[in-house]
Design a protein around this ligand. Structure first.
Ligand SMILES: [Ca+2]
Length: 154
């Protein structure tokens, strides 16, 4: 009964295939996504020779994960560089939060601290009130680092 055995095997494979997406869906809930974007048309792109690009990377969520941890994972996986600058915000001699100064060679650029370009940080589309080290993400969150002009009208 070779045919019966083949059918049984095919049925088992079909059931296994049906079961797999359920497991994959369960694991997908424990991820976070990082979007890193240098939009087209940013003045400095052409001025500095920067090219626009967008990364969209999803990695596993772990307790206490910060936006800086997330960028570190993604940049390491991509073989890309980034620079985080730490600041002592409350003046107690200990660094409190880190802001992203450069990603993949695209660096913040200010003239007399009045106007320029920087890496803006968004948490689920909302402008973050902290730096990258201060932003603790939740499972399912999307963190965005977008290279933007400051003020926005520049
Ligand atoms: Ca401090």
């Amino acid at each position: 009964m070779h045919t019966d055995r083949t059918l049984t095997l095919l049925t088992a494979l079909a059931l296994l295939t049906l079961a797999l997406p359920l497991d994959a869906t369960a694991e997908e809930t424990a991820t976070v996504t990082l979007v890193v974007e240098v939009p087209e048309g940013v003045f400095t792109n052409t001025y500095k020779g920067y090219e626009s690009f967008t990364w969209t990377d999803t990695v596993g969520y772990t307790d206490g994960l910060t936006a800086l941890d997330l960028l570190d994972q993604v940049a390491t996986a991509r073989g890309s560089t980034y620079t985080a600058v730490w600041y002592d915000i409350d003046g107690d001699g200990q660094e409190d939060d880190a802001f992203i100064d450069e990603i993949d060679g695209v660096a913040s650029d200010f003239t007399l601290l009045l106007f320029g370009y920087y890496w803006a940080l968004y948490d689920n589309g909302a402008y973050a009130s902290t730096g990258a080290a201060g932003l603790v993400v939740d499972a399912g969150d999307t963190v965005t680092l977008r290279y933007e002009g400051w003020p926005a009208s520049v």
